[in-house]
Each structure stands twice: as C-alpha cells, then as structure tokens.
Write a protein that binds this ligand. Structure first.
Ligand code: NAD
Ligand code: IPM
Ligand code: MN
Length: 357
C-alpha cells in the first residue's frame, strides 16, 4: 500500500490544537480509502523548544525533514521569543531551504461561510492567490548600521531575481491556462521603481507566451480596494511575497476569517518536501482553550491530498466543511458557534463517513 511520510510540526499556541484535528481527518480519509496510508512523525519544535534549547529546531532539522513526503505545520511564534527569530529560524527557513517558491492560497467563499461584504454570493469570491514564497521582500537581505547612534541606518533589501520572478509568474500562467481562468498580477511599479517595474515587465513578457489567458494588472493599493468592493474581478492572482501575505489576510477576512484560510508552500519540482499549513498564527489570545477553529488546518490537509493526487478526497474535505457550515450546528465561536476544536474535527469525520455533522 502506498504510504506517505508526513513530518508534523504542530508548533506554538493553537498550532497543536488545530493540527491534531487535521491529522485525525487525514487518518480517517486514509482508512476510508483503503488504498494509501499516512505515517506521521511529530517534531516538538517551536518556541518552547527554543526556550529550552536556545534554537527553534535542532541543527540537523533540514536534513531530517528532507526524508519526508510533506510537512504539516501548525503555527509558530509566541510571546517570550522575538517573532523575527521564531519565524526566520523555522517557518521561513523551511520555505527557503526547501525552495518552496509557490505559495498557493485559495480565497474562496464557501457555502455557509460568513461574509462581511454586502450582496455577495459564493460565485463572487473564488480566487487562487499565487504568492511568491522564496525571495522578494522576504529575502532577508539588509543591514543595521550604527546601532543606537544618531546616524543609525537600517536597510531591508528586496531581492527580485530573473529566475525567481519568472518562475512564479509562469506557474500562475500555467494554472490559469489549465483552469481556464483570468490571471491578475498585483504589483506597485509606480513607487517601487526597480523591483516592481521589473516584475511588471516580466509579467508582460511571459504573457506573450499565453495569448489564451486573459490578464489584468493592478497596483496593490487599488487591488486591496477591489478585494473588498468587487472581488469577482479576480480569479487567479499572482503577486510578490509581502503583498501576497497581506492580501491573503484580507482575503481571509472576506471569506469567513483566519479560522478558514489555508495555504500550501510548494516545491513544484518535488525535489524537496512541500509544506501545508493554515495561514493564521499561533493566536496567543485564544490558545489553550480548545476554541480555535480547525477548519483552516483541515482545508490545508485537503490541499495536501490534492498535491498527492487524491483530488477526489481533497474535494470531499471541502464539501464536508461546506455542509458543516451550512448546517451551522457545530461551529467554533469565530463562526458564531459554541463548539470546541475537537468537536469540529469529530463532525467533519462523521460527515466524511456519511453521517450528519
Ligand atoms: P494570528 O493569526 O495568530 O491571530 C490573529 C487573530 O485571528 C487573533 O484574534 C486570533 O485569535 C484569530 N485567529 C487566528 N487563527 C484562528 C483560528 N484558527 N480560530 C479562531 N480564531 C483565530 O496573528 P497574530 O496575532 O498577528 O500573530 C500571533 C503569533 O503568530 C505571532 O507570533 C506571529 O508572528 C505568529 N504567526 C505565525 C504564523 C505561522 O506560523 N504560519 C502566521 C501568522 C502569524
Ligand atoms: C504567513 C505568515 C508568515 C509570513 C509570517 C509568520 C512570517 O504571516 O504565512 O502568512 O509572513 O509569510
Ligand atoms: Mn501572513
């Protein structure tokens, strides 16, 4: 039987609470299918590990993770450890070391999900945001000069390589072509006169190879406005690392909140493991109470199933999430319910088996 080795890094705060439900759901899917199985290995890395060991992960973590078919990550970051350390030494390190240069984030209004916008139906918000995930504003290049002095200077350099820019734009064009959707590039060439002028020129250049794909190009400020005022104009979206980060939290806000937003960090060549995660953080404000919504992590489990080629199961998970929300009986408080995290997991498992949520 086909077996998939999954490295589980549940992480901090609500990370372990929501990942536990995703793991249960994946195990249940494998059992129902009968044709494949998962072998999960838990790695207790994160901020608690840092406080004990002075590092977020052991020195050989990347070598260890390399042996896995995928990584399933909860969330990282907790008060007591500076965020730039916890994130750069774990999440961003994995994205970079494993060249997970594509971040696929669905911004899709599911049936039954609350939408704060007026006169919007599910068909009006159905996007896939392709976020550049390996460089750009997140290259980690810069300097901090004359610390604490009057002439202190800090540099944070954006890095947009030809290879990095072209491959993400090409990935988005391929996806738009396959799905017969429009492709919108979001950038900021009016102010960022090197990086984003370059981005726009690469987009225009690659577009020539895809005459069948209808394109649009927006400045990020206007695009943010249209995400709220007229989200229906976006289908596939491609954007830089930082803009993609911000726009997908905005995307979460219009499609039911952080408890429902998932992301896949892909190394499309499969040279390294890809990583699947809810896009929310460790939510220290609600951690430890068993009230976090596990649907984002379950949605990212659905992305993992898609990635392994089980699109039918990926779709069944999304269907189960929709039925659960339409029924409205077993929802966490962010979605207006009173259910505990584990009860939502139970309800999804029941729906997959064929019962009611
Ligand atoms: P956050 O996403 O943790 O929380 C923002 C708000 O959304 C909070 O009010 C929280 O309660 C709510 N929320 C988030 N996920 C939820 C869920 N599943 N169910 C219900 N409500 C949910 O963002 P933040 O507060 O800015 O960051 C907290 C920590 O997480 C920081 O250390 C930050 O650096 C880190 N972070 C990590 C990741 C990651 O590991 N992928 C992502 C974002 C932030
Ligand atoms: C995300 C997160 C990360 C990012 C942080 C925690 C570094 O916000 O995955 O959206 O900015 O990429
Ligand atoms: Mn983010």
């Amino acid at each position: 039987m086909k077996s998939y080795k999954i490295a589980v890094i549940a992480g901090d705060g609500i990370g372990p609470e929501v990942i536990a439900e995703g793991v249960r759901v994946l195990e249940h899917v494998a059992k129902l299918d009968g044709g494949f199985q998962f072998e999960f290995t838990n790695f207790p890395w994160g901020c608690e590990y840092y406080l004990k060991n002075g590092k977020m992960m052991p020195d050989n973590a990347i070598d260890t993770l390399k042996e896995y078919d995928a990584i399933y990550l909860g969330a990282v970051g907790y008060p007591g450890v500076p965020d730039h350390i916890s994130l750069w030494d774990l999440l961003l390190k994995i994205r970079h070391e494993f060249d997970e240069y594509v971040n696929v984030r669905p911004v899709k209004l599911l049936n039954g999900a609350p939408c704060p916008l007026k006169n919007i139906s599910c068909k009006d918000i159905d996007m896939i945001v392709i976020r550049e995930n390996s460089e750009g504003e997140y290259a980690g290049a810069g300097d901090w000069l004359y610390r604490g002095q009057e002439n202190e200077v800090v540099l944070q350099t954006g890095v947009f390589s030809r290879k990095g820019t072209e491959r993400i734009i090409r990935y988005a064009f391929e996806l738009a072509r396959k799905e017969r959707k429009t492709l919108t590039s979001i950038s900021k060439g009016n102010a960022l006169n090197y990086s984003m002028v370059f981005w726009d020129s690469v987009f225009a250049e690659v577009a020539k190879e895809y005459p069948d794909v209808k394109t649009a190009s927006y400045l990020v400020d206007a695009a943010s406005m249209f995400f709220v005022k007229d989200p229906a104009r976006f289908q596939v979206v491609v954007t830089s690392n930082l803009f993609g980060d911000i726009l997908t939290d905005l995307g979460a806000a219009i499609t039911g909140g952080m408890g429902l937003a998932a992301g896949a960090n892909l190394n499309p060549e499969k040279k390294f493991p890809s990583m699947f995660e809810p896009i929310h953080g460790s939510a220290p404000d609600i951690a430890g109470k068993q009230i976090a919504n596990p649907l984002a992590s379950i949605w990212s489990a659905s992305q993992m199933l898609d990635f392994f080629g089980y699109e039918n199961w990926g779709a069944r998970l999304i269907d189960a999430i929709e039925v659960l929300m339409v029924e409205g009986k077993t929802l966490t408080c962010d979605l207006g319910g009173t259910a505990k995290t584990g009860e939502v997991g139970d309800a999804i498992i029941k729906l997959l088996t064929g019962g009611n949520g």
